[in-house]
Design a protein around this ligand. Structure first.
Ligand code: ZN
Length: 190
């Protein structure tokens, strides 16, 4: 495992783009390419054909690949991390198209097998999750039953121009609820 215990590290968040973050990401990828062997050595083939990440996992169960990057300004090392499956995708399939997620066809978040990884939208991800029974669907539950995170997702999908009916189906909510989200109680998080 890279880094000392308790060492500070930075997560490279693709959903918070900024020139500074993009610079750090490019720097990270440059170093990651040089450490590619270390990446693959941290994964183990399972009986199901998945390549399971054996290193550190984040709170959502995704593998985390830590790299110490030299900091150009303060001349210090900085620990940066990217999700292992996203990195595996970048190294084998090329850059992740802007704004897209890397989805698992095997539904196994710790898997880094490149043939199990595809780039897709948040909406596809939701649809897959519902189809595989990972999240409850079918019930037209009320607005109050959406979590704050889900409401944020709905708002973002609408801003991206996604079809209201498709969003409703993906979240298992009524179309009217999709319209309501972002208006009333969710306004403060939009
Ligand atoms: Zn897999």
């Amino acid at each position: 495992m890279a880094g000392k215990k308790g060492a500070k590290w930075r997560s490279l968040k693709p959903w918070a783009p900024s020139p500074e973050a993009e610079g750090a990401r490019q720097n990270y990828l440059l170093f990651a390419r040089r450490q590619e062997r270390r990446l693959w050595s941290k994964a183990k083939r399972s009986e199901t054909g998945c390549l399971d990440w054996q290193g550190r996992l984040d709170k959502d169960g995704y593998g985390k690949f830590m790299i110490s990057l030299p900091r150009l300004i303060k001349n210090k090392q900085e620990q940066c991390a990217m999700r292992a499956h996203r990195l595996a995708y970048e190294l084998t399939h090329g850059p992740i198209p802007s704004g897209l997620l890397v989805l698992h066809s095997c539904d196994n978040p710790r898997c880094v097998e490149p043939s199990h990884l595809t780039a897709g939208t948040q909406l596809q991800n939701r649809r897959d999750a519902v189809a595989r029974g990972r999240v409850p669907a079918g019930e037209k539950h009320s607005q109050a039953k959406l979590t704050e995170e889900q409401a944020r997702e709905v708002i973002r999908l609408r801003q991206e121009g996604a079809d209201v009916k498709e969003i409703a189906a993906a979240f298992g909510i009524a179309t009217v609820t999709v319209y309501q989200v972002g208006r009333n109680i969710w306004r403060h998080i939009a």
